[in-house]
Write a protein of this length. Sequence first.
Lengths: 348, 225
Amino acid sequence: MSMTPKEVIDAVTSGRAPDRLPTTVNAQSVVVRQKGLTLEQFWQLPPKEQAELTYAIARDHGGDYLHAGFNGTLAVGALGGKVKFREHGSPDVLEPLITSISELDKIDPARVRDYYYYQQAVETAKYLIPLGNGTYHVIVGSWGIYTQAGLLYGAERLLRESIRDKAAVRALLDFTFELFKACHEEVIGLGATIGSLADPSASGDMVSKRVFEELSLPYLKKTFDWFKSKGLLTTLHICGDINDRIDLIPESGTDILSVDYKVDIRRAAEILNGRVVIGGNVDPVGVILMEDPATVRKAYQDIIAALDGYPYIVMAGCGIPQSTPLENIRIINDLAHATVPSPYKVAG
Amino acid sequence: MSREAELHKALSDAVLEMEEDRAEEYSRLVVAEGYDAYQAIDRGLADGMDRAGQLFEEQEYFVPELILCSDAMYKGLDVLKPQLRTDGHARKPKAVIGVIEGDTHDIGKNLVKIMTEAGGFELVDLGRDVPPLDFVERAKAEDAELILISTLMTTTMNGMAEVIRILNEQGIRRRFKVMVGGGPVSAGFARKIGADGYSRNAAEAVRLAKTLLGLEPGEREAVGG
């Protein structure tokens, strides 16, 4: 009998080759759009309907995770910031919540629990997690603390203060960590099994390795420690070029690292040396969106060959646009299901 | 070194070292001692920003450092700009710049704006979350030569292709050079959508803009001039 999606992920993260390649490429945003729904409308669906659609998309189109929980961008809205929903794509913050870090004293992170979309997320998780019935991992999480802090305070202000006033930034990051816990604790308690962070502002395209080490990494570690204290596996994505900081990634405590196409994945595998599972590395727009299925498949085959027995999860290199052809997602997941990894040459 | 050259060097260093107060102080000295504001901007402030751009390309500086350098440059400009004579300088090449619809991340766009202004272009900033048609209509209205489009999100990159499609549809594609950039954008993507150019970062964008318009490096006009 073949492994369940959960067993496949459990195998790769414990250093055992599963019976097929794990994949987390998920068609949810694409299918939601094809059904004529915006993400706002999707998140407004009755929780049971939302959960059933989420489950059906994973079952029918592939991807070894079920996505649950609350979007970090909406957390800014929950505390009173201006968030804009869009016809296509994810919502984003129009204006930061605060203009001075001292304003945080007046904000209670627990207020997030009064927010409509937070409550929708929790109610949906109550239906979704039993649907997975232990055969899927249920993933929660959002922006890394450094990136989330930029949403609260304004990214440009955060970057300035990251050079000029690190103590103030740390106060902001401490608040943001409390907010993060308030956003995710309840769904974790319901049975989520993987904690995820994406920290694009910590990329080498944005900040120096030193700023990453001083301000992003300690909070990645803090958050992953918190996830692990609750028994979760952990996964990290940082957009863009992180070649110069791959050596620091194991310190974060992540089990899985999803890398952008700008990363030299062979070199990353050499540096990580089995301490962290790698995923991704394909250009989500230039390849997954814009190329034909055969070219998409070839891109993944090249990565698998280049990694030569390193534990790898099929992931996109970054967010997949909602207009991505479903056939390209299908070909990726078909490839994962048809590929039996060789025994790993390093411990996972 | 002449006194004027010393002041230019001090201005350039103040920008490079992210020292707002020093940039302001030396700009006041330029004015008080009767030196030409245009030259002080070109050989001082803009030169400092150019050097910062080089360090950015060498990965010595990153986005926060460039932002702080530009803060220093603008502090000096606040003093020197009112002193500029309005005649005597050639018309600058004009560009419209903005972040494509669906994206409100504008740090990259702002850096490209700063660097291209420092490199002698006149920029019309359309802001963020700009619909594709607005890029085209404003470029026409402003009689711009360049359209600069930025995004940080993979989910909004299709809007860049839409700008080019509209230009083609209106039969005016050859009137404008179109440059794209931003974290997830690649040279391959730029080629696929038919853009004229892609730059990896703000410093490279200035050189590319000049190349696309056939400008020689020596023809640079200073920011604010």
